[in-house]
Design a binder for this molecule. Structure first.
Ligand SMILES: [Zn+2]
Length: 474
């Protein structure tokens, strides 16, 4: 019977702790948004051909924010070597504080590099100029994933405001600098820094939510297989009037070949690509039209429930082509061309196996004996999160408290290939995939934006989770 009053006292103190945390989290928002704006102004694109100095500048800015918290034993900007090339990877920021008094250690992940802006003309506001319109903050990286960085920093600020800097919880941050560019040195970075990064719970803040008001835990991710295919049908170019109609040009062969990748419903038609059989929540065609920008009169593609098509089945997209541009079009039979093919792989199928199936399909269906070549193959395995751990239950509870709505378990059609690396390096850790995006965030696209209420709720939830773990003995 002794435990009953003890439990009641603890709950009362927890309630008042949570109330002050919530206040501290809300008070942390203006500064977090100002710091987010400053990060968005740095065009930290880690792709080849972009200025590496900007990625370094953004790493330094993130390190300064972590230093200012005054809770870490170490804050460093570091790189690891890319094993394939021997070149240094992009600068990441790593901060550590050891656990005390039997408390767990949490590792907070986000990335400070961003996608290129693409065509500036497609943006309604300048991509690297943070702009608030209608409750959203616009800018490249405003959501993916500089808001993830600031959700961590803001939640830590709220925690320090509430419990002080005398924290028992072990806390590490790993803010990557090359996630959008393929995380080439990630595995090496993990093994170089395994002791600093080892944790009981890992929060990967690089995913999304069910909608602007309903939080989500991401429990499955598709993998990816991306490659460049060369198609050659002629030894040299010719006047299209001289030989057109008697020999195939590269575009003719390519369009016929690519059309075999999908059936009449637009579903992937490649033998050997697997699907996962799992239930999905209700999601209407109207919501799909609204979130994806699909106009009336244009039909969706694929079969089965809409979310099963996005979460549990493969997809194939042609994302680039090297071919004469409209401006340079002349009456010529083009002898060869290259296309980039980007496939999403269903949870459960290794990406290498999926790529092998697609390559075999393309070779088998090449029309007129067209010569195919494959290069720049980039593979990332899909992932299914183990949701049986105690930290998952705590995360669900704190998400519900922070958003005021119960979280939904979601799959994600996109890929976070490094999660497989994290699990390999730290098999005992519980992984929580969360995020600040909502379905209108348009990550990777023009007019990327952050929903400000979602950001506040995410920051609140994370502060509550940190406090909860700070009171948990393992
Ligand atoms: Zn991201």
């Amino acid at each position: 019977m002794e435990s009953v009053p003890h439990k009641i006292t603890r709950m009362t103190s927890e309630l008042s702790r949570d109330a002050s945390l919530r206040e501290a989290a809300d008070a942390a928002i203006p500064a977090a948004l100002a710091d987010l704006g400053a990060l968005v102004r740095i065009p930290s694109v880690a792709f080849p051909g972009f200025d590496r100095a900007e990625v370094e500048r953004s790493a330094t800015a993130v390190a300064a924010l972590l230093d200012d918290l005054a809770i870490f034993e170490t804050v460093e900007v570091k790189t690891a070597v890319i094993s394939e090339t021997g070149q240094p990877g992009m600068p990441a920021v790593i901060a550590t504080r050891r656990a005390r008094n039997g408390r767990p250690t949490i590792l907070l992940y986000a990335h400070h590099d961003v996608q290129p802006a693409g065509d500036d003309a497609l943006w309604d506001t300048p991509p690297f100029e943070p702009t608030v319109i209608g409750g959203r903050l616009y800018g490249r990286g405003a959501a993916d994933d500089k808001a993830g960085v600031m959700a961590h920093v803001g939640a830590l600020r709220a925690l320090v405001d509430t419990v002080g800097t005398d924290i028992d919880l072990g806390i590490s941050l790993f803010i990557e600098g090359e996630e959008e560019a393929g995380s080439a040195s990630f595995a090496q970075f993990l093994s170089d820094n395994a002791d600093a990064l080892r944790a009981d719970v890992i929060v990967v803040a690089d995913s999304g939510n069910w909608d602007a008001v309903t939080p989500a835990l991401t429990v499955s991710l598709r993998g990816n297989a991306r490659f460049t295919m060369g198609v050659k049908t002629l030894e040299h170019a010719s006047h299209s009037g001289m030989f057109g109609g008697a020999v195939p040009d590269a575009m003719m062969a390519t369009t016929k070949l690519l059309s075999t990748l999908w059936d009449d419903d637009g579903a992937v038609a490649v033998a050997g690509l697997l699907e996962r059989d799992a239930p999905t929540p209700d999601y209407t065609e109207q919501t799909l039209r609204d979130e994806a920008g699909l106009p009336e009169g244009v039909s969706p593609v694929g079969r089965g429930t809409i979310l099963s098509r996005i979460w549990n089945k493969p997809s194939i997209t042609v994302t680039g082509i090297d071919y004469p541009s409209v401006k340079n079009a002349s009456n010529t039979l083009t002898p060869e061309l290259s296309v980039v093919i980007s496939a999403r792989v269903a949870p459960g199928q290794p990406a290498a196996e999926a790529f092998a199936a697609i390559e075999a399909h393309l070779r088998e269906h090449a029309p007129f004996g067209a010569q195919l070549s494959f290069r720049d193959v980039d593979l990332g395995d899909p992932f299914l999160v183990d949701t049986s751990g105690w930290a998952v239950a705590q995360a669900r509870a704190t998400l519900e408290a922070g958003y005021g709505a119960a979280p939904v378990d979601i799959g994600v059609g996109g890929s976070i290939p490094f999660i497989a690396d994290l699990v390999r390096e730290f098999p005992g850790a519980q992984i929580l995939v969360t995020g600040v995006e909502d379905p209108h965030a348009r990550a990777h696209s023009p007019n990327e934006s952050l929903h400000l209420d979602t950001f506040r709720n995410a920051l609140r939830s994370e502060a509550l989770l940190l406090a909860e773990l700070n009171d948990t003995t393992v």
